[in-house]
Design a protein around this ligand. Structure first.
Ligand SMILES: Nc1ncnc2c1ncn2[C@@H]1O[C@H](COP(=O)(O)OP(=O)(O)OP(=O)(O)O)[C@@H](O)[C@H]1O
Length: 406
């Protein structure tokens, strides 16, 4: 036996709980869509409008991440187009587009045109889009995914972009029947503050994809887990716990698939052939921690500073919770603390209310007899995670950088 025979034998995953890990890849197209019958029916009804000569100018498809918006919309549109020569569907993901100009260029490329240089301007790109669409069948559905990534930029605002797309002169003159389907996490009108001329060009058609409940997640996960793991590797109680927690915490199919993959990897690392509740809990904790720290790092500076104040107090057993507004105030006014971060009581109160609305803290009133009533504040997650987020937050925040440098 050569050295490599030994090496490969030693590293071969023969005890692994996995049979086909790729079945848990959230990017893989599952053969069947589960638990989205209502949304599939709504999508099909809208598409069938072509039989009566009408598709709405826009359709909003919205809901939190991992709720099957992309999968369901693409699948139903594709299946419909495959059955109707008069209908074409194009899909464009705008996630990576930094500017509205590049978003328009992505659409142009999707409809078979050649991307334009900056000199063409937004008008030039839209002209080229209308040229390309001339060759299309009678009805075209344009699915624009992750449309909430389209933001104001130095040259255009989203209203300019949508106005051209929906009401552009070139398009109207040529009578192109284009139905634009906007996939996003929020309802766009709210998120992008589109102006009234765009809003009036949009239709009210909207399809909501709510988070999955336990029963729905189970229907999605079971066939995938069956393929992904060896027989018996996911005991019933571990499956039930994982599905329940994934539904309670996220309602997100992508995260649920990742949870079971990582729990399986943890089991394999521990030399186990079966997943245990401990593997699952440890994975949940890591996933939750990463998700919370990520959220904290995206908070505005004052919100973060207040959270740092809430989690700054120690008692004999470690971090002290709950704290009062007064204690947050004291922390932010200690000697040597930068003046810019010495927030007043009113501001602290408002920020605590914001944090409560975001689900990051909870508060209640404690009655202290003669000394009155005191608001108590506590994080809804492990308070140590705020301390862990301080370094990454500061590294990314030019504001805190300047404040502490002075
Ligand atoms: N109803 C479902 N049936 C089967 N698999 C699903 C279902 N919903 C989601 N999935 C799985 O989860 C993955 C993610 O779903 P999808 O990309 O459609 O979510 P999304 O709502 O578009 O998320 P985002 O807002 O993050 O783009 C899918 O590729 C698929 O593997």
């Amino acid at each position: 036996m050569s050295k490599y025979d030994d090496l490969f034998e030693a590293t071969a995953p023969d005890d692994s709980p996995f049979a086909d890990k790729a079945a848990l890849d959230p990017l893989a197209d599952p053969p069947t869509i589960h638990a989205r019958d209502d949304q599939e029916r709504e999508l099909a009804t809208i598409l069938n409008g072509v039989q009566e000569g009408y598709l709405p100018p826009t359709v909003s498809i919205y809901g939190p991440p991992g709720t099957g918006k992309t999968l369901t919309t693409r699948r139903v549109c594709r299946e419909f187009a495959a059955r109707h020569d008069r209908v074409a569907v194009e899909y464009v993901n705008l996630k990576e587009c930094q500017t509205l100009f590049s978003a328009a260029n992505e659409i142009l490329a999707a409809v078979g045109g050649e991307k334009q240089g900056a000199y063409a301007g937004l008008d030039g790109v839209f002209e080229a889009i209308w040229d390309a669409l001339e060759a299309y069948p009678e009805w075209t559905v344009l699915v624009l995914d992750e449309i909430d990534h389209v933001q104001y930029d130095a040259n255009y605002d989203p209203s300019d972009f949508f106005y051209r797309l929906l009401r552009g002169e070139g398009r109207l003159q040529r009578g192109l029947a284009l139905s634009v389907w906007l996939v996003s996490n929020e309802l766009l009108e709210v998120d992008l503050r589109l102006d009234s001329r765009v809003e009036s060009a949009m239709s009210d058609e909207a399809i909501c994809f709510p988070p999955y409940d336990e029963r729905e997640l189970r229907a999605i996960l079971e066939p995938r887990l069956e393929r992904a793991f060896r027989e018996g590797a996911v005991p019933d109680d571990v499956l039930a716990d994982g599905v329940r927690e994934a539904a309670r915490r996220w309602g997100d199919a992508r995260k649920a698939l990742t949870l079971f993959r990582q729990a399986g990897e943890r089991a394999a690392d521990d030399g186990r052939q079966r997943l245990t509740t401990e593997c699952l809990e440890a994975t949940l904790e890591t996933t939750e921690r990463a998700a919370v720290i990520d959220r904290l790092c995206n908070l505005p500076a004052n919100h973060f500073v207040v959270l740092a104040g809430i989690t700054a107090w120690n008692d004999a057993t470690g971090l002290k919770q709950p704290v009062s507004t007064g204690e947050i105030y004291d922390y932010l006014h200690q000697d040597g603390y930068p003046e810019e971060l010495q927030l007043g009581t009113r501001t602290i109160q408002t920020l605590v209310t914001d944090l409560e609305t975001m689900g990051l803290v909870e508060t209640w009133i404690d009655s202290r007899g003669d000394s009155g009533r005191v608001k108590q504040i506590e994080t809804t997650f492990e308070p140590r995670w705020v301390r862990e987020a301080i370094d990454p937050y500061a590294a990314d925040s030019t504001y805190l950088d300047t404040v502490f440098e002075r």
